[in-house]
Design a protein around this ligand. Structure first.
Ligand code: CP
Ligand code: NVA
Length: 316
């Protein structure tokens, strides 16, 4: 996961490292300003400066989505541009056209491409052949757009990100990998509490360690929660994964409920990228409770991605 500058210095965003800490800070700052500048406006109204007027984002979905789909579409509308959605089932990708050829075509017809797909290498292959920025809208390895929104949410709630303490509970999955990457770039702590065999990606952990950010992996949820500013979890079975019964069995001790939140304290924030599986990784009381920031996270996908799009297109 090195700096992913494509042909002619095109700014891809396959991972948070592609942007780096300085650009992430700029993206988060711009997102706060843009969000404040349009507070109370109708959702579809274009920002006063319409910085992406005339620009088009092509979005490829090879997996389901609600938030990513709506927030990127709305992001382009608010920036003055527009979005075109391609679902795998109804595009030629679904009939075997290569991602490379798809990238070449979409680079002629769109100003940027977002892809949600299964294997991370498929997103990399798309970026390698694209001459416009490619954004990772979730792969099996990572979900960097989600963590941009989560960092923005914490800044809103606590005023700062650096030095904060996050406890990830459950599956060490794609969202967890991006959180670890973020911690190493933005100077905050993450502890991962997960069952054996469900740890985050080893290369991601090594990269964080090389940046001086070691991530404790623990087996006890309650101890991970003590002193945490953020308790964060996600589904126990991500899209494309099998064996959900066994996963639910081994991850049950890592469920976030009121007792676990009490251990973290009433100042702690609960985060979940959604969709949630109520009664599994999180209880109704926590997800709907006063400490939950899940709905802010969902809204902040929009605000963070607007500034990300501006960065990708060289306007930030
Ligand atoms: N959190 C998230 O990426 O949601 P969707 O799967 O609905 O896009
Ligand atoms: N880890 C989940 C995130 C969904 C937004 C998945 O990959 O299905």
């Amino acid at each position: 996961m090195t700096l992913s500058l494509g042909k002619d210095g095109v700014r891809h965003f396959l991972s948070l490292s592609d942007a780096g800490g300085e650009a992430i800070a700029a993206i988060l700052g711009d997102a706060q300003e843009r969000k404040a500048a349009r507070a109370g406006w109708p959702k579809g109204k274009v920002d006063a400066d319409a910085p992406l007027a005339g620009h088009v984002l092509a979005m490829i979905f090879e997996k389901n989505s609600t938030r990513t789909r709506v927030s990127f579409d709305l992001a382009m509308r608010q920036l003055g541009g527009s979005a075109i959605i391609l679902d795998s089932g109804s595009s030629q990708l679904g009939r075997g056209e290569s991602v490379g050829d798809t990238a070449r075509v979409l680079s002629r017809l769109a100003d940027a491409i977002m892809i949600r797909t299964d294997s991370h290498s498929r997103a990399e292959a798309l970026a390698a052949a694209a001459s416009v920025p490619v954004i990772n809208g979730l792969t099996d390895l990572s979900h960097p757009c989600q963590i941009l929104a989560d960092m923005l949410t914490l800044i809103e709630r606590k005023g700062k990100l650096a030095g904060s303490k996050w406890a990830w509970l459950g599956d060490g999955n794609n969202v967890c990998n991006s959180l670890i990457e973020a911690a190493s770039l933005m100077f905050f702590d993450v502890t991962v509490a997960c069952p054996e065999g469900f740890e985050p990606d080893i290369a991601v952990l090594k990269e964080a360690a090389a940046r001086g950010r070691s991530v404790p992996i623990v087996r006890d949820a309650a101890s991970a929660a003590v002193g945490a500013d953020v308790i964060v979890t996600d589904t126990w079975t991500s899209m494309g994964q099998a064996d959900s019964d066994n996963r639910a069995r081994v991850m049950a001790p890592f469920a976030v409920d009121e007792a676990l939140m009490a251990g973290a304290g009433e100042e702690a924030v609960f985060m979940h990228c959604l969709p949630a599986h109520r009664g599994e990784e999180v209880s109704d009381a926590v997800l709907d409770g006063a400490q939950s920031a899940a709905w802010d996270e969902a809204e902040n996908r929009l605000h963070a991605q607007k500034s990300l799009l501006l960065w990708c297109l060289g306007k930030l």
